[in-house]
Design a protein around this ligand. Structure first.
Ligand code: ADP
Ligand code: MG
Length: 228
């Protein structure tokens, strides 16, 4: 069996509400193999985003451990954690979070520049990725000049440009109409097939969940397998 690209064990998280703890996650475990696609579904407020943020090193669990490529995410220094995150993980959010003063090409090149790549190489790789998501004619456009689906495809290209082992997506099609969502889904399928990047996708969209290899459901803080 392949070593997991991302795994967690015994993840618990609670928030205090009016002096009472609310248990959002109860001993959640998940293991994601290289290239695997996992959908996490659950009703609004069930803790999907909280779990995704913990998996991505953006929020600390009360208990439990997370490993990225066998390296523990929460027992290392903040600096090592951000390095592990930048090298091995990518993120796509419901609202694209693109930098509006930069072009599509510059947005996609940004993670490579931050990682210390030359601007020429970064621009080359960014434009290759934008071509993969069908946006070679939009590289010089700024986010405000793009449609919702185009922006989300730029965000996906940006998440994949560093060739991370795993990309975490929080409702990547949640803000799109059905037709545009289907379009973004087919690009995700294509990228997953050809890049061997694992995807963990939090979604309300049952159509998207059904296209993933495995669906997990979060109910009352417990994550269970819904099968493939
Ligand atoms: N920082 C926080 N402080 C207090 N409660 C929070 C915080 N973040 C999330 N919650 C609560 O945790 C629950 C799960 O939130 P979230 O993970 O965003 O759910 P989902 O993404 O499934 O809709 C919600 O009830 C939310 O109000
Ligand atoms: Mg959420």
């Amino acid at each position: 069996m392949n070593n997991p690209v991302l795994s967690c064990e015994g993840i618990s998280k609670s928030y205090e509400e009016a002096g009472q703890p609310i248990h959002i996650l109860k001993s959640v475990a998940l293991s994601v193999s290289p290239g695997e696609r996992v959908a996490i579904i659950g009703s609004s407020g069930s803790g999907k985003s909280t779990l995704l943020n913990i998996l991505g090193g953006l929020d600390t669990p009360d208990e439990g451990s997370v490993s990225v490529l066998g390296q523990s995410l929460y027992t290392v220094s903040e600096r090592q954690r951000s390095r592990l995150r930048n090298q091995s993980l990518g993120f796509v959010y419901q609202f694209h979070h693109l930098l509006h003063e930069f072009t599509a090409l510059e947005n996609v090149a940004m993670p490579l520049l931050i990682a210390g790549q030359s601007s020429r190489l970064a621009a080359e790789r960014a434009s290759a990725l934008l071509e993969r998501v069908g946006l070679s004619h939009r590289v010089r456009h700024k986010p405000s000049q793009l449609s919702g689906g185009e922006r989300q495809r730029v965000a996906i290209a940006r998440a994949l440009v560093t060739e991370p082992a795993c990309v975490l997506m929080d409702e990547p099609t949640g803000n799109l109409d059905r037709h545009t969502a289907a379009d973004v889904q087919s690009y995700l399928d294509e990228l997953n097939r050809t890049l061997d990047t694992a995807f963990v996708i939090v979604t309300h969209d049952m159509q998207l969940a059904e296209r993933m290899g495995r669906a997990m459901e979060l109910v009352d803080g417990v994550l269970t397998d819904r099968g493939t």
